[in-house]
Write a protein of this length. Structure first.
Ligand SMILES: Cc1cc2nc3c(=O)[nH]c(=O)nc-3n(C[C@H](O)[C@H](O)[C@H](O)COP(=O)(O)OP(=O)(O)OC[C@H]3O[C@@H](n4cnc5c(N)ncnc54)[C@H](O)[C@@H]3O)c2cc1C
Length: 413
């Protein structure tokens, strides 16, 4: 009897990872470290394009706040993600980055970034490690579903369909925003055909439409609103956002975007209040505005007395502020009403809500209907604001799905 056939020698198992973003790469690393033969199938000509895009504006990899507060960022899905994020925590993610030679730092807002700020050095080091672990990568290989025998159907760049026997499969095909980077959500129909319940895709961390005047569009598109507070449904978020030709974009609005999106879906519009001077009370503002202005123009008065930039003055005009009454004007500056009329398309949203319902998964992120098939990352129905929560959840679920697949393979040995 040959060595490989001896019943006491465990057979090396084949694991297929579909999708080479951060969730898939993390699952691949876990499985390869445990000795599985791992192949990543990625439809694009290179891996992790969205991860690289995330690094363009500074790769916010996780957040330094206490874990209990961190987990609250996942809203209703906290309970479904807590165990995975506890097992691969923000601290573990930071240690993992540093093992790959990428030191991190905590920014003033508590957000964590690699010192290089970019994703590319981290990705390069990660792919070197995966290569050293023997992980195979098949680029331009598009997953098309399963055949009747349960084999994976993967189409290569020449249109040839390969049938792949995998002992365990990780699905990590991402959400449905920025389709040009690879994750287009088209896999949804493959899982629906298998009876898997999915929630509809919706933009998350997205911009909103505002009916700006032509004057505002022509003169202020691209202007930042710095250190403002956005108030919606009694939730107050301080930060920065940007006036765009069509409406509003940027960090502070993204943090409010889930509630605003839901309100617009329900009511057709949402009324956002902007506090242009969050560090000053209405009384202090009114006192400063009451100072005699003589022949000074109103704009200069606002600029001198309140250090108000031109974009904020333009917003006051845009919203018919009561300029003649300092007390009322102060109140308006503290709660400038802005009607949001629509949600920007999912294509340009930072992330997407919707995807595979958690009720379809067991505690190891395995599809209950498809034993041996695990899911991770933005494919799953959770959402979170920007701040490092997206990558943390993608990597933690990749870690959990990888561990789940390892346990599954152990059982199958
Ligand atoms: C502009 C921008 C900035 C961002 N900045 C941050 C940030 O600073 N911090 C943060 O936490 N998050 C950020 N994000 C979000 C973060 O990048 C994503 O949440 C994360 O990349 C999702 O990881 P994933 O592995 O689940 O999916 P993805 O990264 O989308 O990877 C999925 C992969 O699967 C492949 N695939 C899809 N279908 C198939 C198929 N049928 N066959 C084979 N392969 C397939 C895709 O090509 C893709 O490579 C940002 C996103 C954007 C767009």
């Amino acid at each position: 009897m040959g060595k490989a056939e001896r019943p006491d020698v465990p057979k090396i198992k084949n694991a297929a990872v579909i999708g080479g973003g951060p969730a898939g790469l993390m699952a691949a690393e876990m499985l390869a470290r445990d000795g599985a033969h791992v192949t990543i199938y990625e439809r694009m000509p290179s891996l992790a394009r969205k991860f690289l895009m995330a690094g363009r504006g500074g790769l916010n990899i996780t957040h330094s706040e206490p874990l209990a507060r961190f987990l609250k960022r996942y809203g209703d899905e906290e309970g479904h993600l807590a165990a995975a994020i506890d097992a691969f925590s923000p601290a573990a993610l930071i240690a993992w980055c540093e093992e790959l030679g990428q030191e991190t730092f905590v920014g003033s807002s508590g957000r964590v970034f690699p010192k290089s700020m970019k994703a590319s050095p981290l990705l390069r080091a990660w792919l070197r490690r995966l290569n050293g672990q023997g992980v195979q990568v098949k680029l331009r290989h598009h997953f098309r579903g399963w055949d009747e025998a349960g084999r994976l159907l993967v189409e290569d760049a020449d249109g040839e369909l390969h049938k792949i026997d995998a002992d365990a499969t990780i699905l990590a095909m991402g959400g449905a925003s920025w389709a040009r980077l690879g994750s287009d959500g088209a896999w949804s129909s493959l899982l629906r055909a298998k009876g898997v319940a999915l929630l509809p895709w919706r933009p998350a961390n997205c911009g909103f439409d505002v009916a700006w005047s032509q004057h505002l569009r022509d003169n202020f598109a691209g202007s930042p609103l710095k250190n403002v507070a956005l108030v919606f449904n009694d939730v107050r978020v301080t930060g920065e956002c940007t006036i765009s030709g069509y409406g509003l974009e940027g960090g502070a609005i993204y943090t409010q975007s889930a509630a605003l999106r839901d309100a617009i879906d329900r009511d057709g519009e949402a009324l956002l209040m902007i506090d242009l001077k969050p560090d000053m009370s209405a009384d202090v503002l009114a006192q400063r505005l009451e100072a005699p202005r003589g022949k000074t123009s109103l704009s200069n008065h606002l600029r001198k007395r309140l250090a108000m930039p031109a974009i904020e003055i333009a917003l006051l005009r845009e919203t018919d502020a009561p300029f003649d009454d300092p007390r009322k004007l102060a109140a308006h500056i503290k709660a400038l009403p802005l009607r949001l009329l629509g949600v920007r398309p999912i294509e340009r949203a930072i992330s997407s809500a919707g995807g595979i319902a958690f009720s379809e998964l067991d505690e190891n992120f395995m599809l209950k209907r498809m034993p041996g098939v695990f899911c991770a990352g933005e494919m799953l129905d959770w959402e979170a604001p920007t701040g490092g929560y997206l990558l943390q959840a993608c990597m933690a679920t990749g870690f959990a799905a990888g561990q789940g697949a390892i346990a599954w393979l152990e059982g199958a040995r």
